[in-house]
Design a protein around this ligand. Sequence first.
Ligand SMILES: *[C@@H]1O[C@H](CO)[C@@H](O)[C@H](O)[C@H]1NC(C)=O
Ligand SMILES: *[C@@H]1O[C@H](CO)[C@@H](O)[C@H](O)[C@H]1NC(C)=O
Ligand SMILES: *[C@@H]1O[C@H](CO)[C@@H](O)[C@H](O)[C@H]1NC(C)=O
Ligand SMILES: [Zn+2]
Length: 524
Amino acid sequence: MGLTHLALHGLATLAVASASLDRQKPIGPGNDELPVIEAPSWAQISYKKKPLVTSEALEATIKTEALLDRAKHLYKIAGRSKHAYNHRTRVIGSDGHLGTLKYIHDTLKSLGDYYTVSKQPFPAVSGAVFEYRLLLESDLPETAYPMSLTPPTKNKEPVEGELVLVDNEGCDKSDYPSSVAGNIAFIKRGTCPFGTKSANAGKAGAIAAVVYNYEDAPVGGTLGVPSPDHVATFGLSGGEAAPYLAKLKGSEKVSATAYIDAEVNTIKTNNIIAQTKYGDQDNCVMLGGHSDSVAEGPGVNDDGSGSVTVLEVAKQLSRFRVNNCVRFAWWSGEEEGLLGSDFYANTLSAEENKKIRLFMDYDMLASPNFAYQVYDARDKVNPAGSQALRDLYVDWYGKSGVNHTYIPFDGRSDYDGFIRNGIPAGGIATGAEGIKTKKEVAMFGGEDGVPYDVCYHQLCDNMSNLNLTAWELNSRLVAHSVAAFAASFEGFPKRVLDEDFSATEANSDPFAKSVKHQGKKLFI
Ligand SMILES: *[C@@H]1O[C@H](CO)[C@@H](O)[C@H](O)[C@H]1NC(C)=O
Ligand SMILES: *[C@@H]1O[C@H](CO)[C@@H](O)[C@H](O)[C@H]1NC(C)=O
Ligand SMILES: *[C@@H]1O[C@H](CO)[C@@H](O)[C@H](O)[C@H]1NC(C)=O
Ligand SMILES: [Zn+2]
C-alpha cells in the first residue's frame, strides 16, 4: 500500500536510490538461489477423503514459522534485483519480481491438482528516475521531487528558463500565459490530476513544470497514463514555493534550471490466479494480495506479508474439501496504480463477474507499529455484502479479544476495481505511513507519534519490519474469512444481477468526491 509523497522528506537533489542504477550491466540472475519447493504430504490424498473445511481447522494450520520462512524467501528473491538496482527490490520488471512470481507459481503447482493455476498477462507502464535536480535562482529546494512516470527533460539534460506562474490551478489551457513557452510552468496543486497539468504545460510549450502544494507539506504523485504532451514535472512543498510565488506575484523574475533523467517503459507482467477445482464453480469467494513492491526496497511487509499469507492459506486449504469455489489472486503492478487488479476486474465478462460473490483484499498485515484496521465498507455506498464482510472481521477481532479501528474504504488498494465493477469487497490492514495516536497505543500497544510502518516504501521494509504477533493473528483471520465462505454463503447477499450496474456514487468518478489516490499513488 502506499503514498509516494511521504517518501519525500529529507531527499535532497539526486538522492533516489535508483540514481546509482547501472544500466550497462546485463540482466541476469543474482546469487540468491530460489528455494526448493516440496509438495506437502497431503497432496497425494484424494479429494474425497479430505475433511470439509471449517474455520477452526483452517485457522489451526497457520504457523508463524511458515509465514516467516516464506518472508525470508521473498527477501532473498528480492536480492536478485541487486545487479540492476544495487539493492533488494521486487518492483515490476525486476528479477526480484520475476522470482516472486515463479515462487508463487511453483508453490501452487506443488499442491497437486487442487487448483487451476493461471497467469494473466497485461501491459504495465513502469517509470524510473535516475537523476534529478531543480534549481530555483541559486537554491536547491529540499522538497522538489519528480512525479512518478515523469518524462525526462529534453535530451536528459538540464533545461534553463524562467519560472512562469500559471493562472488558477492550471486545469484549463487558458490558464497558461504565452510566456510559458520555452520556460518552466509553476502550477498550483488541486482540482485536476497532475497528469493534466503536465500535459497542459507541455501543450503551452513549457520545457518543464513544477506543481506546488496548496499547503506547507511536500507533494508527490503520479502523472498517470503517459502522454506525449507530458513534460518533466516536479512536486514542491507549499512552504518552499511561497517565496518564489511572492516574487512572481510581484512581477519579479525567477530563473530556474530543471533536470530529470528518467525513463518510462511499457512492460508485460502478470497476475497469478489459482482457483479450486472443487466447490460450486459459479459461486466463488475471491481474495488477493499484491506480488510487487516499490522500487525503493524489498517490500517484506508491503505486500510480502499479505501475499505470503494468501499463499500459505492457499496451501493449507488444499488439505480440505470446499462447498464453494475459492479463487486466490496475486496482483502485479499494484504499486504502479492498481494495474493488475484493475485489469482483472475491468476485463471480466458479465457472466464471470457474477460468479465472484465477494473480493477480500490483504495488503500489509504485519506493520511493525500496527493497528488492527478494518476497511469501513458500507452497503449504502458499496456493493451489497461489503458491510457483511466488514462485520465478519469485526466480530472475529472481538471474539479474539483484540481491538480494531475502521479505516476509509477509499480505493487505495486492489479492492478498488472490484467495487467499481459492482463486486462486494473489503479487507483488513495494519497501517502504512499514517501516524499512530495515543488512543491507538492504548488499544494496540506500540508507539504513538510514529508511523504504523516506519519503513513504508523504503529500503528498510526488510525482515525486521514485521510484527509477528499481528501477522499471525491476521493470517488466522484470513484463514477464517476463506473457510467461512468456502463452507457457505448462507446469509450473504446474492449478487444483484443489474445489467447496467454502474459503480456506486462514492466510487464511480474519482473526481466527483475527494478521492485523490489511484491505488497508493496520489494523482491529484
Ligand atoms: C482495547 O482498548 C482499550 C482502550 O480503548 C484498552 O483499555 C484495552 O486494554 C484494549 N484491549 C486490548 C486487548 O488491548
Ligand atoms: C509486536 O507487537 C506487540 C504488541 O505491540 C509487542 O508486544 C511485540 O513486542 C511486537 N513484536 C515485534 C517482533 O515487534
Ligand atoms: C533492515 O532494516 C533495518 C532498519 O530498519 C536495518 O537496521 C537492518 O540492518 C536491515 N536488515 C537487513 C538484513 O538489511
Ligand atoms: Zn505499497
